[in-house]
Design a protein around this ligand. Structure first.
Ligand SMILES: [Zn+2]
Length: 118
């Protein structure tokens, strides 16, 4: 899943989705509001799946938001069935990423070490 907004390709600051959306990929709420601000809110549509997304159907994804904040230099993450987030592309390994790894427990370390051996 990309941590960039599909509308602006800028990094997600507030990842959001419509309540009817069936995809994982969020869009950036601020960019969405800027892009749609001049249209009637009843006609807003999700930039990912094009479903109707009126203002009261927008939900902020706090899980992705927390991951995007913690993994500041990561462009893309993988979320597994246990809701573990792992970076797909790591440019720079920072202290914040290390603390996320600690927060998420040793499973993630195991996962990372398994993957780096391939
Ligand atoms: Zn959607």
């Amino acid at each position: 899943m990309s941590l960039r907004c599909p509308l602006t390709f800028r990094r997600l600051t507030l990842p959001a989705r419509g309540s009817d959306c069936r995809h994982l990929q969020p869009f950036d709420l601020e960019s969405f509001l800027r892009a749609n601000g001049e249209k009637c809110a009843a006609n807003w549509r999700c930039p990912v799946c094009n479903r109707p997304t009126p203002l009261d159907a927008i939900e902020v994804d706090q899980f992705v938001w927390a991951a995007a904040q913690a993994l500041a230099d990561v462009e893309e993450v993988r979320i597994d069935t246990m809701a573990r987030v792992s970076p797909v592309v790591v440019k720079v390994c920072t202290d914040s990423q290390l603390s996320v790894a600690l927060l998420m427990g040793k499973n993630r370390f195991h996962e990372l070490s398994v993957r780096s051996r391939r």
